[in-house]
Design a protein around this ligand. Structure first.
Ligand code: NAD
Length: 284
């Protein structure tokens, strides 16, 4: 049986995943702003350090996996964009950097980061917001969405999820992660009926947008269903899954961009190792 760190354990998909893992006999160290084994506010650097230290102390510096499900949705409010950037991006990246040695210690750890299909379905997310987050510059990221006014949190939400998904893909394949036996992947859900979505449905303007959004399967997902995907991505079946962003979104991503992906690599971007006739594989 394994030991898993899990943020966002008090609600929604995180709570369901924690319940399923515990039912299967695993130990879960839940992290949340309240009602958790480690109570920490992931919107502040101090809170993130509390989460890192609290989990490391509770797991004896050895983790079989982690689930990063804490997150905030795009609700209105002057401070919302800041909170989204802090929790959804830094609340994932800083925690995983802090927990990496404990994940490496077990030799075959699995990590699931909750992304979102807003990454590929939100139009006009500024590239510079994503870039600023990846560079760790919150103030620049906030300045870059300011002129969107009322929809700034929507832009910051999508940007935070693009940045965190990109961080997952860049990081997963490195020697410190894949090379240390850690399988780091992201799950990108569509609309799942949790308190996060309910908060959006409670505002008439946002509810209109959510309900008008194309959802080919016709119904919101329930959090237990996504929790099954999380548990699967933590299992041995995911040994060969590395740096993937797995869309489980009722078809919205495919609806918008069926022909965008997979896409052939343009000749000018063919990686040089392909010219060396498989030398990459032989080297390993
Ligand atoms: P949820 O609101 O039910 O749960 C989110 C959890 O994060 C809550 O327990 C909350 O307390 C915690 N959290 C928020 N701010 C925090 C902070 N400052 N410090 C510590 N914990 C904090 O939401 P959910 O729908 O289960 O979302 C889980 C993840 O999935 C999120 O990252 C969300 O962005 C993502 N997601 C959700 C949907 C959806 O439709 N529900 C769709 C795509 C992606």
């Amino acid at each position: 049986m394994g030991t898993y760190a899990l943020t966002g354990s008090a609600s929604g998909m995180g709570r369901e995943a924690a319940r399923k893992l515990r039912e299967a006999g695993h130990t879960v160290i839940g992290v949340d702003i309240a009602n958790a084994d480690v109570v920490a506010d992931l919107s502040t650097p101090v809170g993130r350090q509390v989460a890192i230290n609290g989990v490391l102390a509770a797991c004896n510096s050895a983790l079989d996996g982690a689930v990063l499900a804490a997150g905030l949705g795009p609700a209105p409010g002057a401070e919302r964009s800041r909170l989204i950037s802090q929790v959804n991006y830094f609340g994932v990246v800083e925690l995983l950097q802090g927990w990496r040695p404990a994940l490496a210690a077990t030799g075959n750890a699995k990590v699931v980061v909750l992304g979102s299909n807003s990454t590929t379905t939100t139009p006009a997310v500024p590239k510079r917001t994503v870039r600023a987050l990846l560079n760790g510059d919150v103030e620049k990221a906030l300045r870059s969405v300011r002129w969107f006014r009322g929809t700034a949190p929507t832009m910051m939400y999508a940007a935070s999820k693009i940045a965190v998904s990109r961080w997952v893909r860049r990081t997963a394949v490195t020697a410190q992660w894949a090379g240390a036996g850690i399988r780091l992947n992201a799950l990108a859900p569509g609309a799942v009926l949790t308190p996060l979505l309910e908060e959006q449905l409670a505002s008439a303007r946002q509810a209109k947008a959510v309900n008008a959004f194309p959802l080919p399967v016709g119904e919101f997902a329930n959090p237990a269903h996504l929790a099954d995907w999380i548990c699967f991505m933590l299992s041995e079946s995911a040994d060969f899954l590395c740096g993937s962003v797995v869309f489980v979104d009722g078809g919205s991503d495919a609806y918008f961009r069926a022909d965008d992906w997979p896409r052939q690599v343009p000749l000018r971007r063919v990686p040089s190792y392909l010219y060396r006739f498989g030398s990459y594989r032989r080297r390993r």
